[in-house]
Design a protein around this ligand. Structure first.
Ligand code: ADP
Length: 475
């Protein structure tokens, strides 16, 4: 763990192993932090806040810029570590490191653009101003599916704003978190400003983060269930919160779209990170008139996907994170099959030969999906593309909106009016129109409804770490 500028063991001396999800190989071991370690981390972040928040934005920008340079220099070793620890194919890991670094340079720039307002008064002898100040100590909890970029998406803006922080990474990807911290340390972030607590049991750490009055803000990315619990605890302490949670993205093909082009987009998007992304499409709505062409192209693309160890050349789909993840996907597929879904391709675990020690599920297409199936409502987080056919384009937006989630949605059409109406009608935070990658460090990311609160990235990203101070000056 990294506390007050030093790499340290857990107070208890305990540690836990980290394994490669493709091979089962033990990659290393990290300290099993507990409450007392989390408290020590908060102590350090609290003690360093005054000095760090009084550095100039130019100084903080310089350090973030240096971290960006170092992350780029180390991109290959970071990507290889990510593939070993998290499983995604090396090419995807390289893309994630680039995305992670993008947050560093974006917020290095944003640090210098935090301005205030000079506001006229009704009184001639008064002047008003409103300025932005850092919120204080930030506690961050991050997931395993994007084990480097989800750190920089929080650390970049927190540091740019002048906050200090404590962070707990997911238990399956602490090595990526350590390597990311080393980038910041080598960039010269002062002692105490960033602190890392690794833990096999996350709940006691979460309790310290949400219960300590010195923590001003909680930022969390993970499941809706855990986010709700943490947000409830934070609320008791009046902490500021941002939570980026689950999704159940619709992918709507309108009748005027090219079904082949749309199916290629769906195949490219759905199997990214083996479907383990909160913005992964979970319901593919295709008009009956196009379903044959769409399903044929989708299946032929899926057939060509190679599943395996992400380090091997040509592999497009890696392992899932754990046995529990495979079991959840299997359960959803079985439920759909029992209720009448077609399974033209995939639909089973991969357990033979080189798959035997890892957590693999075959890339799968399900057809004839209906709303009584679990997969229609529950997030899958796996390599399964469920196709739902429809007849009425006027009703499909309503069908797509019929979910408690509201993170991402995708639309395929060649008609600008259809695109604009869909963009306006869909209750989701991120909408891709003929676009399977509607994300970037420079745009807001976040969801509506059960998908969360707050936005990361973009101009809004830094605001989550700032609060407003108003001054009235009688002159
Ligand atoms: P997933 O289902 O995608 O693993 P989780 O929400 O369980 O998502 O995990 C996201 C992050 O939340 C991880 O860092 C995990 O350790 C953490 N986490 C899970 N349960 C708790 C909890 N009770 N308190 C604090 N953090 C938790």
């Amino acid at each position: 763990m990294f506390i007050d500028g030093k790499w340290v063991d857990a107070h208890s001396g305990k540690s836990f192993d980290v394994t490669n999800p493709a091979t089962g190989e033990v990659l290393g071991s990290v300290p099993a932090g507990a409450s007392e370690d989390a408290v020590a981390a908060v102590d350090a972040a609290h003690a360093s806040f005054s000095e760090w928040s009084n550095t100039t934005p130019y100084e903080r920008s310089r350090l973030l810029y240096r971290a960006w340079e170092l992350m780029n220099e180390r991109s290959e070793e970071l990507a290889e570590l990510m593939t070993a620890e998290q499983g995604k194919p090396l090419k995807a890991a390289r893309a994630e490191v680039k995305y992670a670094a993008d947050f560093l340079i974006w917020f290095a720039e944003e640090a210098k653009r935090v301005t205030g307002e000079w506001i006229p008064s009704q009184r001639p002898d008064q002047r008003f101003l409103a300025v932005k100040v850092p919120v204080g100590v930030v506690a961050a909890i991050t997931p395993w599916n994007y084990p480097i970029s989800m750190l920089t998406r929080k650390m970049g803006p927190a540091l740019a704003a002048g906050c200090t922080l404590v962070l707990k990474p997911a238990e399956s990807t602490p090595l990526c978190a350590k390597a990311t911290y080393q980038v910041f340390v080598d960039a010269g972030i002062p002692d105490g400003v960033i602190n890392l607590v690794t833990a096999a049991d996350p709940a006691p750490i979460g309790d310290v983060f949400t219960g300590d009055p010195r923590v001003a803000k909680l930022t969390f990315t993970g499941s809706t269930a855990v986010g709700r619990v943490l947000a409830t605890k934070s609320a008791a302490n009046l902490q500021r919160i941002s939570v980026e949670l689950g999704g159940h993205a619709p992918f709507i093909v309108f009748p005027d779209a090219d079904p082949v082009h749309a199916a290629k987009g769906a195949a490219a998007l759905k199997f990214l990170n083996a479907g383990q992304a909160c913005i992964s499409p979970n319901r593919l709505y295709v008009p009956n008139s196009l379903s044959a062409a769409f399903e044929e192209t989708l299946c032929s693309r899926v057939d060509r996907l190679q599943t395996g160890n992400g380090m091997s050349e040509g592999v497009g789909v890696g392992p899932l994170v754990s046995e529990a993840a495979v079991a959840k996907v299997e359960k959803q597929v079985e439920d759909a099959r029992k209720k009448g879904a077609g399974v033209p391709i995939g639909g089973h675990r991969l357990t033979e030969g080189s798959y035997s020690a890892g957590h693999f599920f075959a890339p799968t297409v399900l057809t004839d999906i209906s709303d009584d199936m679990t997969i229609y409502r529950e997030e899958t987080f796996g390599p399964v593309a469920p196709v739902i056919t429809y007849d009425e384009p006027d009703e499909v937006i309503e069908l797509a909106n019929d979910t408690n989630y509201g993170l991402a949605a995708y639309v395929y059409t060649r008609d600008i009016a259809v695109a604009m109406r869909a963009f306006e009608g869909l209750r989701f935070g991120i909408i891709g129109v003929n676009d399977v990658n509607p994300t970037s460090a420079s745009v807001p990311f976040g969801g509506m409804g059960d998908s969360g609160l707050g936005r990361e990235g973009g101009h809004e990203g830094i605001n989550e770490y700032l609060e407003t101070k108003t001054g009235g000056f009688a002159i």
